[in-house]
Ligand binder design. Structure first.
Ligand code: S6P
Ligand code: ZN
Length: 189
């Protein structure tokens, strides 16, 4: 009988950095100049270096975006920093297919996962190495780095989830996570 094929892994994750190498991987970066309107303090944003890196994302996309039934896998690294007392954070989004959920988990550093329902109810979950966060469908999600070092977290989401950034860029989250005397504080807008 012919032996069946045994393949080497097509993707590897470095378990220290969660950096991925292999096939079907995309990489993107967000610098301050690409985050106009995200931070509340427009004056502090204008004074900051526009080339400063805020976060980078790697994603393993083994199927086309929009494919029903598939999964995507990603890692996000948020640099430490603030704009006008507001921690460096991701833009945040609802999924375009609103009912699609997502897992996030903490890998390195200290963060805060900020969640908001379509009715604009906001809460936050502390993200630490090993914390697991189930993000229900219909819930906008954004992560802030509240620590002195890099924050790294993993994510997995359905390949037909899509991303709706417009809603958040028009109406924002209903609360902002601010550094108030070194204490991360969720302040309603
Ligand atoms: C995708 C998942 C993450 C984010 C990443 C950057 O559904 O939630 O990979 O894309 O953390 O955040 P954002 O809000 O700029 O996409
Ligand atoms: Zn998402």
């Amino acid at each position: 009988m012919m032996p069946l094929q045994i393949l080497q892994p097509s993707v590897r994750v470095d378990l220290a950095t969660w950096c991925m190498t292999g096939s079907d991987i995309t990489c993107s970066e967000k610098r301050l100049r690409q985050l106009d309107g995200v931070f509340a303090d427009a004056e502090a944003y204008r004074r900051a270096d526009p080339e400063r890196l805020v976060y980078s994302v790697q994603a393993h996309l083994p199927v086309d975006d929009g494919t029903p039934g598939g999964l995507f896998f990603g890692t996000t690294t948020i640099e430490p920093g603030e704009v006008g007392g507001e921690y460096f954070m991701t833009r945040g989004h609802f999924h375009a297919s609103l009912d699609r959920g997502e897992y996030y988990w903490g890998v390195q550093g200290e963060g805060m996962l900020i969640l908001m329902t379509a009715r604009r109810e906001v809460w936050a979950e502390r993200m630490v190495p090993g914390s697991l966060h189930y993000i229900r469908g219909g819930t906008a999600h954004r992560v802030a780095n509240i620590g002195a070092g890099r924050l790294i977290f993993g994510a997995s989401w359905p390949s037909d989830a899509g991303h709706n950034y417009d809603e958040i860029s028009r109406t924002g989250f209903a609360a902002r996570l601010m550094n108030v005397g070194a204490i991360p504080t969720l302040i309603p807008e």
